[in-house]
Design a protein around this ligand. Sequence first.
Ligand code: SAM
Length: 243
Amino acid sequence: MASEDNILQTNALAVREYIHSQPQDALLNNPWAVYQALDLYSRTARLMNFKQAKLNIAQDALTTMETAPKVILEFGTYIGCSAIAWAAILRDLHGPFAEGLHVYTFEVSETVAEVARDLIRVAGVEDIVHVIVGPASESLKQLVEEGKVKVKGVDMAFFDHWEKFYLSDLQLCEDLGLFHEGSRVIADNTDIPGAPDYLEYLRAGGRGGEGSVRYETESFQSEPVSERRKPNMVEVSTVVAAP
Ligand SMILES: C[S@@+](CC[C@H](N)C(=O)[O-])C[C@H]1O[C@@H](n2cnc3c(N)ncnc32)[C@H](O)[C@@H]1O
C-alpha cells in the first residue's frame, strides 16, 4: 500500500503536470493566477496547500501591518502554493520593481521542493522565493550564519510544516533574535492535527521573564465548522515586544 508520503509526492508531481497542461499565457509571470489554479485543482485532489479562505486571513494580517512586510520565513513549502501567494502579496504591497523582498521557504523533501521551484518559475517570482531543502531548523540557522536573514529582519514567519515542530521552531526564531516589534507569526492547522503546546505558549504571551519576546494572539476560523472535521483554524500572532 502506498505510504502517506508517497501519495503526497505523487499528487505534487501530478499538480505540476496539470499546471503545465494549462494555457501558459494566463499563468506565466502571474503569481495570483498560479495560486488560483493550484487552489482550484486542490478542490478535487488531495493537496495540503494553504487554501483561499485561510490565505484571506493571512493576507489581511500582512496588509494591515504598520510597516509593509518585506521578509517572510515559511516553514513547509510543499508545492510552493503559499510561497507564491506571499510573493504576490509582497509585490502588491511594494510594486513590481521593489528590492529586498524575500520569502525563504523550507522543505525537507527534495522531490516536492523541485515541484515548488518549477511552479515558482512559472509564476515568475523566483527572484523573491528561495526554496531551501533540509530540516527547517538547520536551514534557518545556516541562513542566519550566512547573513541572508538578519537580526530583527523577519517581518512574518509562517508555520505550516509538522505541528510538533511549531513551538521549537518559533523559539529558534526568538533565540536567533529574528523578530521585531510588529512582526507577525501565522500558523496553519492549529486545531487539526493541532499544536496545543504552541497555542498555549502564545496565549500566555510567550516565554515570560525579562527580555523575552512577547505576543498577542488571535485564533481565526477559516470556514463555518462542518460535520466533517477538517483543519479550519489559523493562528495570527503579533510580536508586541522584542527586546
Ligand atoms: C502542509 S505542507 C506545506 C504546504 C505549503 N505551505 C502550501 O501551502 O503549499 C507541509 C510540508 O512541510 C514539510 N516538512 C515537514 N517537516 C519539515 C521540517 N522539519 N523541515 C522542513 N520541511 C518540513 C513536508 O515535507 C511538507 O511538504
